[in-house]
Structures are given as structure tokens and as C-alpha cells.
Design a binder for this molecule. Structure first.
Ligand SMILES: [Zn+2]
Ligand SMILES: [Zn+2]
Length: 165
């Protein structure tokens, strides 16, 4: 492995301890509940989930779990409880799901990454990573994507299997 790559890996290790550098602007994940798997999306207009609880109350344990897991990367206030929502049981489920991150699988996201020198745009689509930095352009990985792979490890496809964390 070359020195350029080694430097990026070291940087990714530092960045992975600073998830607040990342701002998720949009995402789609699949989350496995106790009975079914649901699709949760975040867009500029807010959260949506394919479950019946979201349809009825505008908030559900799947979104609440993601708000916990992704908290430093969301930069938006937690959603208020919905009218008629079963708060006690939904809080319990959200707490449990947030500790069982193997339930969560990213389909896609868009994020900005505030690096030490400049801010970059990073993306993920069905296992394909993207970043607008020069290093990614030539190598198809960079300190930004490697840091994110580590932060959401188990929830995304990893493209840097040579790297032992
Ligand atoms: Zn839901
Ligand atoms: Zn990058």
C-alpha cells in the first residue's frame, strides 16, 4: 500500500471519531422491526416511514431509532411525539432498535463532510460510494468515505476490505 493511501486511512480513523463533521441531507434506509421491514426516508421536507404508525401519528419507533443512531450527523431537532402515539412502547422499541444496528441497512444517502481543509459532498447508492474530493476521483475511496464506512459500520457495504481497523 502506498503512503498516500496510508495517510488517508490514518485521517479516516481520526474522522471516524468526529461524526459531527458529517451532515446527512437525505437518506433512505431499510429497518427491520419486530414483525416487518420498513423503509424510512429523510428529505428536506422531513422524515417518512412506510409503517402504519407513521401514517397514523406522523412519527414511529423506526424514525425515533434512526434519530438516536444518526444523531450527530442529522443537525436537526428530534421529531415531536405524534398525536395519539403510544409513546411509552415506541420509546422502548426505539431504544432497543438503536442498540441493534444490524436491523438498519442504508439504501442511499447524501451528506456533506466538513474536512480539515474543505467541505466535500459524499454519496452512497446501493453499495456505490461517491465523493467529490480529488483523492476519491482517482482512487474510488477517500478519508471521507472510509470514515463514514466506519461510523455506520454494518449498515453499509464496505469497499475497503484491506483496511483492518
Ligand atoms: Zn415506522
Ligand atoms: Zn472524499
Amino acid at each position: 500500500m502506498d503512503y498516500g493511501m496510508i495517510g488517508k486511512i490514518e485521517k479516516a480513523h481520526r474522522y471516524a471519531l468526529e461524526p459531527q463533521r458529517i451532515t446527512l441531507s437525505a437518506l433512505t434506509v431499510e429497518i427491520r422491526g419486530d414483525n416487518n421491514t420498513y423503509t424510512v426516508s429523510l428529505a428536506e421536507s422531513g422524515w417518512t416511514c412506510s409503517c402504519a404508525g407513521f401514517e397514523a401519528h406522523g412519527l414511529c419507533p423506526h424514525i425515533m431509532a434512526l434519530e438516536k443512531v444518526l444523531h450527530p450527523m442529522l443537525k436537526r431537532p428530534a421529531s415531536p411525539y405524534g398525536h395519539g402515539q403510544s409513546v411509552v412502547s415506541d420509546v422502548e422499541k426505539a431504544g432497543r432498535y438503536s442498540h441493534e444496528t444490524d436491523r438498519i441497512r442504508f439504501k442511499s444517502f447524501d451528506a456533506s463532510f466538513s474536512g480539515e481543509n474543505s467541505t466535500h459532498q459524499m454519496s452512497y447508492r446501493d453499495g456505490e460510494w461517491g465523493c467529490d474530493c480529488d483523492f476519491f476521483h482517482s482512487r474510488k475511496v477517500c478519508s471521507h468515505t472510509m470514515a463514514m464506512e466506519r461510523i455506520v459500520s454494518g449498515m453499509v457495504s464496505v469497499v475497503t476490505p484491506l483496511i483492518h481497523y
